[in-house]
Write a protein that binds this ligand. Structure first.
Ligand SMILES: CCCCC/C=C\C/C=C\C/C=C\CCCCC(=O)SCCNC(=O)CCNC(=O)[C@H](O)C(C)(C)COP(=O)(O)OP(=O)(O)OC[C@H]1O[C@@H](n2cnc3c(N)ncnc32)[C@H](O)[C@@H]1OP(=O)(O)O
Ligand SMILES: Cc1cc2nc3c(=O)[nH]c(=O)nc-3n(C[C@H](O)[C@H](O)[C@H](O)COP(=O)(O)OP(=O)(O)OC[C@H]3O[C@@H](n4cnc5c(N)ncnc54)[C@H](O)[C@@H]3O)c2cc1C
Length: 680
């Protein structure tokens, strides 16, 4: 079956001409209607077409061009991103894109780390989440109209992960009803906040509140940093850019120091904790409620893992269909490299994972909106589950997506190493997601601690009912059960796949709990006992998060089946889900073998089934990446162009290299000529 209709996307940047014949053939051979899968991914036909209109508008707008980015200096890249911000604002006005969703769609289409990312992603959400009604009324209209530009300044030179260790102080001065912000040490310097260095006029600063020598913990404060007239830093404020980074050149991550800067009392964000004029402090209803913006951003980051990985896989799969190396036998035509099993084994599990993460993103969005509804009604009961689940999923998805981009790059051979492939910058700009918004390892401890607690409760109180995704912790009898998937066919049973993931997670939790007890029996207190099991805690968090991802993928397919999704789409999604499930068992086989859950009786059919799944996906591989519907602008890759004119595009883009502006190299006269022409 061929695609039901052609995607309505311009082929920007790629060299025009007849499309690559192999890609045309692959597209014609898809077993499912590509367009329908695109609608499924983006939430229907209407939404897809809306997104395409925005994507087309961006892709055809010269201000948003990306092709010159590799040839610009850091300063030029920052300036260009400001130009894009200005144009983004013009387009909002011109096309009436005033809803938050429209603006998010537009930013996503622009596809650059703009220096307003923190403004929309953390500054505004913190005002919304932590500000009183009056504070919101005062600052939100200004922020939404970009009359002020803000960021989220929490991390310091000395502390990022350990928020309670932050050193910036906000001391309440009752006599003037002001807070005095101060950076008492070098390590108290705010360090890293995006757009802090040069762009922001304001920021939400996290500082330890001190009232009459009493420490009241870390709280958020609204602080103006720069003049709204001339952008000069205000008195007492030292601010600047932190300098060169691994990538992320368009973003002015900054430093910030306060020298006894005074702000009015109503600049502390007081939705949950308050300081009255006389200095009386009211505690928040939940001690971690001021961490809520981070939970929001973690949920957002989980949602973007799919699209980032999908971009890398799109580039690598298309290129692997165009690229040919070696005939199988002499005299035969050369093979597309995607026909090689090793290439499929590298790329198809990542393709499956990009789809798996799509459904994880839907799940966490739903969980987050339930949580926000609860918070508005002063119900914080979901916070621990939301925090733990999002911390674990943020870690797993960003780790897998980061490693996956690098796998895609390596799978493109030499051309993958060219920046023109788009993969090096995709990787370099994405990997900090493993660090920002909570170092992944530190986040895993949070989830593991939550699971260990619940496991302990379930052990102590048989019959206790735990919420959905953690209910398996109640069932210690699961530990005695073994895998019975002794044929290839049985490995395709979702119940058996989920059983394996649940069993592994429970075993690791139980093992960790036992080790904790054993360490304490050796005489350690609980704190030191936890230190002795920390690597295992990371494994626990990953194992649980894998289970959550798979469970959601399986459930999503069931829901699609129930809502009448067509058989060809269901079939291809089921194949991807199977590959996801089996690949990650294969990847962590030791976990499953160690406790005798699996034996060679099961591993042989497991490996064989994975090989069959790779073969099943091969004819649909191009269609499956096409269904993500990225424009050439979004991919920014000579290897991933929709028309497959890879070599023509690479050649043309290489001509832009500044070294090629002259035939004779700069430096020739000083450095090459002397030894070339020297007498022997
Ligand atoms: C839709 C629009 C979006 C647009 C976006 C656009 C662009 C953006 C795009 C991309 C992103 C680009 C850039 C990203 C910017 C990145 C910004 C940042 O990095 S901001 C800084 C982030 N910093 C961190 O994440 C710090 C991590 N550290 C922590 O969170 C905490 O210190 C901690 C590790 C969790 C420990 O906290 P603490 O020491 O206070 O607590 P503990 O003693 O460990 O635990 C006590 C108790 O509290 C529970 N808990 C901890 N945190 C939370 C929470 N958030 N919620 C609920 N509960 C929490 C914890 O589980 C313990 O519970 P219990 O065991 O029951 O006692
Ligand atoms: C690109 C980028 C953008 C950022 N943007 C912002 C921003 O806008 N605003 C902002 O406030 N911050 C921002 N940050 C900072 C970021 O949030 C922190 O860097 C992050 O939270 C990690 O904290 P850290 O740097 O203190 O790491 P550390 O905690 O110092 O981590 C170093 C190592 O120590 C390990 N470790 C730490 N604690 C423990 C422990 N208890 N047990 C065992 N191991 C441990 C970690 O796993 C890690 O391997 C940004 C960072 C980056 C890279």
């Amino acid at each position: 079956m061929s695609s039901s209709s052609k995607p309505n996307l311009p082929v920007t940047n790629a060299v025009n001409g007849p499309p690559n014949a192999d890609l045309v053939r692959e597209r014609g051979a898809a077993s499912f209607p590509v367009r329908d899968l695109t609608y499924l991914v983006y939430g229907g036909q209407e939404r897809t077409e809306h997104l395409e209109r925005i994507a087309n508008m961006v892709a055809s707008d010269p201000v948003f061009r990306k092709t010159d980015r590799f040839f610009l200096s850091r300063t030029e890249q920052y300036r260009r991103s400001l130009e894009k911000v200005r144009h983004y604002k013009e387009l909002i006005a011109k096309h009436n894109l005033h809803s938050e969703l429209d603006q998010q769609d537009l930013r996503q289409a622009i596809d650059e780390d703009l220096p307003i990312g923190l403004h929309v992603g953390m500054f505004i959400p913190t005002i919304v989440g932590q500000g009183t009604d009056e504070q919101q009324k005062k600052w939100l209209p200004l922020a939404r109209a970009y009359k002020i530009i803000g960021t989220y300044a929490q991390t310091e030179l000395g502390h990022g992960s350990f928020i309670r260790g932050l050193e910036t102080v906000a001391t309440y001065d009752k006599s003037t009803q002001e807070f005095v912000l101060n950076s008492p040490t070098l390590t108290a310097t705010k360090w890293w906040p995006g757009a802090l260095g040069k762009t922001s006029t304001h920021c939400v600063v996290f500082a330890r509140l001190v009232i009459s020598d009493r420490e009241c913990g870390v709280h958020p404060f609204m602080v103006q940093l720069r003049s709204l007239e001339n952008h000069e830093p205000l008195k007492g404020i030292t601010v600047g850019d932190i300098g060169p980074k691994f990538a992320y050149e368009t973003m002015d991550n900054g430093f910030l120091r306060f020298d006894h800067v005074r702000i009015p009392r109503d600049h502390m964000l007081m939705r949950f904790a308050q300081v009255a004029a006389d200095g009386t402090y009211s505690t928040p209803p939940h001690s971690k409620v001021s961490y809520a913006t981070m939970v929001f951003m973690r949920a957002y980051i989980i949602g973007t893992a799919s699209s980032t990985l999908a971009k890398a896989v799109t580039i690598a799969v298309r290129y692997s269909c165009v690229r040919k190396q070696f005939p199988l036998r002499s005299g035969e035509p050369e093979q597309q490299i995607l026909n090689y099993q090793n290439q499929q084994a590298a790329l198809f599990p990542l393709l499956a994972t990009a789809y798996a993460f799509h459904f994880t993103g839907n799940y966490i969005r739903q969980m987050y909106s339930d949580f926000v509804r609860g918070m508005r009604a002063q119900d914080f009961s979901v916070l621990p589950e939301m925090h733990a689940t999002s911390a674990g999923l943020k870690s797993l998805t960003t780790w897998i997506a980061s490693a996956g981009i690098e796998t895609c790059r390596a799978s493109c051979g030499g051309h993958g190493y060219s920046k023109l492939s788009g993969l090096p910058s995709l990787y370099a700009n994405y990997i900090p997601a493993c660090t920002y918004e909570g170092d992944n390892t530190v986040m895993c401890f949070q989830l593991a601690r939550y699971l260990l607690k619940l496991y302990g409760k379930a052990q102590a109180k048989p019959g206790l009912r735990l919420p959905g995704n953690v209910s398996y912790l109640e069932k210690s009898t699961l530990l005695d059960e073994r895998c019975d998937a002794s044929t290839e066919e049985l490995w395709l049973d979702p119940a058996r796949q989920l059983h394996a993931y649940r069993n592994r997670a429970l075993r690791l939790v139980a093992n960790c709990a036992n080790r904790l007890v054993a360490e304490m029996q050796k005489g350690k207190d609980e704190v030191l006992a936890v230190e002795a099991i920390k690597s295992d805690m990371v494994k626990v968090a990953k194992a649980h998060s894998y289970y959550v991802v798979l469970n959601n993928f399986v459930n999503a397919i069931e829901q699609l089946r129930a809502s009448g999704t067509s058989t060809p789409i269901l079939r291809v999604l089921k194949t991807l889900c199977d590959l996801f499930a089996l690949h990650f068992i294969q990847a962590d086989l030791g976990d499953f073998l160690e406790y005798g859950y699996l034996s060679s009786l099961h591993t042989e059919p497991l490996h064989a089934q994975i090989r069959r799944l790779l073969e099943a996906i091969r004819p649909d591989a191009v269609a499956l990446v096409d269904a993500f519907n990225f424009t050439d602008h979004a991919l920014g890759s000579a290897l991933g162009v929709h028309n497959g004119r890879v070599y023509e595009t690479l050649f043309e883009w290489a001509q832009q290299e500044p070294l090629n502006k002259t035939q004779v190299a700069p430096g020739y006269h000083e450095y090459i000529k002397p030894f070339l022409l020297a007498k022997m």
